[in-house]
Design a protein around this ligand. Structure first.
Ligand code: ZN
Length: 46
């Protein structure tokens, strides 16, 4: 459960859920769910 995962994790900028990115991650952090939604949106636009 806690072999490589070390907190604290940044929270998702959209839903405030914890992401798999560390707080030191640069840029926008999205949880897997929002990341998926963003990917779908990007895929469908243009
Ligand atoms: Zn999210």
């Amino acid at each position: 459960m806690d072999d490589t995962a070390e907190g604290p994790f940044a929270e998702c900028v959209l839903c405030r859920e914890p992401t798999e990115y560390p707080e030191t991650h640069k840029g926008v952090t999205l949880c897997p769910v929002c990341e998926w939604h963003e990917a779908q949106r990007t895929a469908c636009s243009g």
